[in-house]
Design a protein around this ligand. Structure first.
Ligand code: B1M
Length: 212
């Protein structure tokens, strides 16, 4: 097994110490940061995402893998900067105004990061103006809105409308959260709906990069 395959497996199984050591080893043997990222870390997270979607992994496995990814990124980041490795695309995410639930949104952030996106997380209770400002400032390719309450879901319609009015071209807009449905996404003019965080990140990849 190559060292990048071993890194992918360590991330997939959440073996953070081992994953970090392997990344250090790979860097020491002059493997480029982009290869370690793409063939090691992102490949491992793609496996996590697939298993989560298929019901083989649950929240704890995803969080443990996310910790392993983070441990590796701490080691890899300086080399990525030195090699000028850019993220595949930029995403802005947040939970909509009036809503304080953030566990699903955080999970989406992890999956997006694992899919190679830069993630600008605006947190919870986020207004349309804040989404627009961040998308403009970051030249975002995709924006992800999360809502957990039937009372805050209508905020999504407002935010989608205001983003489209303020930004031309507008970023792709995806929505998700327990009360949200595919029909609702279509109804409010969003570009897509993720029933879970892994599918949301796959959708973002399709919309921004043309890949799944
Ligand atoms: Co709240 N809460 N809560 N709560 N809470 C629910 C959502 C509720 C269903 C509980 C219930 O009554 N059975 C109910 C909503 C009812 C409704 O509107 N239909 C409810 C309520 C009523 C409330 C309060 C109003 C209670 C009160 O104060 N009277 C209040 C509202 C506060 C506010 O937001 N303004 C409130 C408060 C809270 C806590 C603060 C205590 C806490 C949140 C803590 C936190 O998030 N940091 C909380 C919690 C934990 C829950 C439950 C128990 C769990 C939610 C959760 O995190 N699930 C929830 C009941 C339940 O769901 N069983 C409940 C795990 C998480 C991984 O799932 O966020 O759905 P979820 O994310 C999923 C998908 O939805 C999707 O991906 C994830 C899976 O991969 N997804 C996306 C989410 N966002 C996505 C975005 C995407 C794609 C996929 O692309 C953009």
């Amino acid at each position: 097994m190559s060292i990048t395959e071993r890194i992918a497996t360590a991330v997939l199984t959440g073996a953070d110490d081992q994953a970090r050591q392997l990344v250090e080893e790979a860097l020491a043997s002059e493997i480029s940061a982009v290869v370690i990222l793409e063939e090691g870390l992102l490949e491992g997270m793609a496996g996590v995402s697939r298993r989560f979607r298929e019901g083989e992994y649950f929240l704890p496995e995803v969080l443990v893998a996310a910790d392993a990814l983070k441990a590796c990124m701490d080691v890899l980041q300086p080399r990525m900067i030195a090699e000028n490795v850019r993220p595949r695309a930029t995403s802005v995410i947040g939970t909509v105004r009036g809503d304080l639930h953030d566990i699903g949104k955080n999970l989406l952030g992890t999956m997006l990061q694992g899919a190679g996106f830069e993630v600008i997380d605006l947190g919870v209770d986020v207004s349309a103006e804040a989404f627009i400002d961040a998308c403009r400032a970051q030249c975002a390719h995709v924006v992800g809105l999360s809502a957990l309450l039937t009372t805050t879901m209508p905020q999504m319609e407002v935010i989608v409308r205001e983003i489209r009015a303020a930004l031309n071209p507008a970023p792709a807009i995806i929505i998700g959260g327990a009360p949200v449905t595919e029909d609702y996404a279509r109804h409010i003019g969003a570009d897509g709906y993720g029933p879970d965080a892994a599918t949301g990140a796959e959708l973002a990849k399709q919309l921004c990069l043309g890949t799944a």
